[in-house]
Design a protein around this ligand. Structure first.
Ligand code: GLP
Length: 256
């Protein structure tokens, strides 16, 4: 386990995003096969990861593949308030296209917060409780927002924020505008997200970051003292944090 800056974590630098995806997909399959609940994420970083997972799984012998799919239990991090699975811009639709449909997962195996719940605050409470009653998360997959968010935990965010409904920042609405015709104002104003509390309670955390655009926020997340302004920096406190990045994302990290 290399030491970089103040915190100790397992850092793996792969040459490119494709190699990152293969490695991360293998970790996810291992955790799913072990029978634990897995925490899943959406976003562009995860698209090649889920493609690699589908490919790897297709190479398994049928009985082993069926065992894994029948025992599949996952909880996504977040969902936009106001978007349901029928809306192609929802995370529910993204996960359906990436995993539930191609893998023919039974309904309820892959869970997300309900973006159409009439009372989003109550839905956040229900979702947090569902994660807890499933025994928590064995392996939490995380991407990194350009502003340092994980899930939709927007800065400033304490280390113990629970699953909740919150307002998205202008920066995040800009970052995610591509899926909404390029218009930040069309991005929903609120989301439901698992909190830093549930994320830090996961038995293992796997942070996945690719591309030079995230190099500096990755450095701040891992090598500056943890602070509410960079929610991902709380991950330094996790005893089993694994970071898998490509060379471009790693380019600002200080080596020691
Ligand atoms: C989004 C999601 C996060 C995701 C992050 C990075 O807003 N809520 O869960 O990890 O931002 O997204 P991307 O991988 O597209 O850069």
């Amino acid at each position: 386990m290399p030491r970089t800056g103040a915190a100790a974590f397992a850092l793996r630098i792969e040459p490119d995003a494709a190699a990152v995806a293969e490695l991360v997909a293998a970790h996810l399959l291992e955790a799913l096969e072990a029978g634990g609940s897995v925490g899943l994420a959406t976003g562009r970083t995860m698209e090649p990861v889920y493609a690699a997972l589908r490919r790897q799984l297709a190479g398994w012998p049928l009985p082993r593949r069926q065992r894994l799919l029948q025992g599949w239990r996952s909880f996504n991090l977040d969902e936009y308030v106001g978007l349901g699975a029928e809306d192609p811009r929802s995370f529910a639709a993204e996960m359906h296209a990436a995993l539930s449909a191609p893998l023919a997962l039974a309904p309820g195996r892959l869970q997300l917060p309900d973006g159409l719940a009439l009372n989003p605050e109550a839905e956040a409470e229900r979702y947090g409780a569902a994660v807890a009653s499933a025994g928590g998360i064995a392996l939490q997959l995380l991407g990194l927002g350009a502003n340092g968010h994980v899930g939709f935990n927007e800065p400033p965010c304490p280390a113990d924020a629970p699953c909740r409904c919150l307002a998205l920042s202008a920066a995040t609405r800009r970052q995610n505008a591509a899926a909404f015709g390029g218009d930040p104002a069309a991005v929903p104003a609120r989301a439901i997200t698992l909190g830093t509390a549930e994320i830090l309670a996961a038995r293992r955390v796997l942070l996945v970051v690719t591309g030079a655009a995230k190099a500096e926020i990755l450095r701040r997340s891992l090598q500056d003292p943890p602070c509410p302004e960079v929610p991902a920096s709380w991950l330094q406190r996790h005893p089993r944090l694994q970071v898998v990045v490509d060379a471009a994302a790693a380019s600002a990290l200080r080596r020691s």
